[in-house]
Design a protein around this ligand. Structure first.
Ligand SMILES: [Zn+2]
Length: 442
């Protein structure tokens, strides 16, 4: 307001000067100069007006992005009373079993303090992520449900487990023209979203499930794959974390699940959560972070987290021929490598990396050994289960622009298509990797 006040004074003084000058000299030149000044004044006014609008809009925007959508299950009158006190007269909760409203993070934590269990329902204010083309958890879920309804002969939708904090379902979709239990040529597992702040992999999975279902009837290459191979896709291994990143405030940093490490019954961003790709039982915690505050906290024990127990159980129920685990970022394909690397895994990583062009320039994704002393998924898959498994660091940023995102998804889909072509020849595939896995077992 002070800024506007000062501007008003300056403009007033300017106008006063002009009035005096007009009386003193009136000639042609002076009239032109006067017109010029008037134009300047109008421009100044416009500038002030626009600045004011800009300031108002950005301040409003800042406030807006701090808002989250909160939902609370109300199971008894005590909880209803607390929620009612909080909401005032906005809603009558005397018989409510559930209430949903928009408020700030401050309110979210205050509700936790009061003994309720508020949940982030949906990201109402994550315009940026939505604009960039990312899909939030509810959208991923409904895409899977839609595909399951639209392509019942091709898909099986399964809840394979539930998350540590909110108990959200972890879902997997099986895509194949072969009946469940039917002997298939090969089985491919794709996972993404171990890490909450790596939504690129989720988009790759979403794209692939859509592509495979929609093209089975019209593309002979897709038909050949799905007639012989089963593809399992788990797009969001960490639904708690994934839901959280769409609430804006923590989205750039949150990597872990939402394990209640300090056992206080609520989510404490400073000390809760386990890094799900540090919790597998292969060299678990050898060089891992054991502090709960760490972004890479490996958890209290191997497989302490229900999210990856779900992956373990799925793996034990199926005979996967290959596993690809999507992460970001780095444009790399990482292969399990104990003391020495299995040459065939290196070759596989190289051939897959060669399918993917890097965003800047014409060269392809690079390969590198996984750091195998920290309980990662691909290490466990390969060394414990004998399943060739690679970690793909897709793209060169965590939250790429919309056009970069679709280019990254396209490159990674190409790599998966390449793999599906290789998998069609089962005999060759199985022989080559069982050998390399055995030669490298602990
Ligand atoms: Zn990751």
């Amino acid at each position: 307001m002070r800024f506007v006040g000062q501007s008003l004074i300056i403009i007033f003084v300017l106008e006063f000067q002009i009035a005096i000058e007009i009386e003193i000299k009136i000639d042609h030149q002076e009239i032109m100069a006067q017109q010029l000044r008037m134009i300047t004044i109008i421009a100044a006014w416009l500038l002030i007006l626009l600045t004011g609008i800009y300031v108002m809009v950005t301040r409003f925007d800042q406030k807006r992005t701090d808002k989250v959508r909160i939902g609370i299950r109300l199971t008894d009158d005590g909880q209803r009373a607390i929620a009612q006190q909080f909401l005032g007269q906005r809603k009558d909760l005397s018989r409510a079993g559930y209430v949903e409203f928009t408020a700030g993070w401050k309110e979210f934590f205050a509700l936790q303090q009061a003994g309720l269990r508020p949940e982030l329902v949906v990201a109402v204010e994550s315009a940026q992520l939505f604009d960039q083309g990312f899909h939030q958890l509810a959208q991923v879920d409904s895409a899977m449900e839609y595909l399951n309804q639209a392509y019942p002969m091709l898909t099986t939708l399964q809840t394979i487990g539930s998350s540590a904090f909110w108990g959200l379902p972890i879902r997997g979709i099986r895509i194949s023209a072969l009946r469940t239990g039917h002997q298939q040529a090969a089985s491919l597992l794709l996972t993404a979203g171990h890490h909450a702040n790596e939504p690129v992999g989720v988009e790759i999975c979403l794209h692939l499930m859509n592509y495979l279902c929609r093209n089975y009837d019209i593309d002979s290459r897709v038909k050949a794959w799905l007639d012989a191979i089963e593809v399992w896709i788990v797009p969001v291994v960490n639904p708690d974390g994934y839901r959280l990143i769409f609430s804006d405030s923590l989205r750039l940093i949150w990597r872990k699940n939402l394990r209640d490490n300090n056992g206080d019954g609520r989510f404490s961003p400073d000390c809760d959560g386990v890094d799900l790709n540090r919790n597998y039982d292969y060299n678990w915690g050898v060089a891992g972070e054991h502090s709960i505050q760490s972004n890479y906290y490996c958890g209290p024990s191997p497989f302490s987290e229900p999210e990856i127990v779900a992956i373990r159980n799925l793996t034990e129920r199926n005979a996967f021929s290959l596993h690809l685990d999507f992460h970001s970022a780095g444009e790399k394909v990482l292969y399990p490598a104990s003391i020495i690397a299995a040459p065939k895994m290196v070759a596989l990583a190289q051939s897959i990396a060669g399918q993917m062009k890097r965003r800047s320039g014409t060269d392809s994704y690079q390969i590198a050994p996984l750091y195998d002393l920290v309980g990662q998924c691909s290490s466990w898959m390969f060394f414990r289960k004998g399943i060739p498994s690679l970690l793909i660091e897709a793209g060169d940023s965590y939250f790429p622009s919309r056009s970069d995102l679709s280019a990254i998804v396209e490159q990674n889909a190409k790599a998966v298509f390449f793999v599906l072509d290789r998998l069609l020849d089962r005999a060759d595939w199985a022989a080559q990797f069982q050998a390399s896995s055995a030669e490298n077992s602990e």
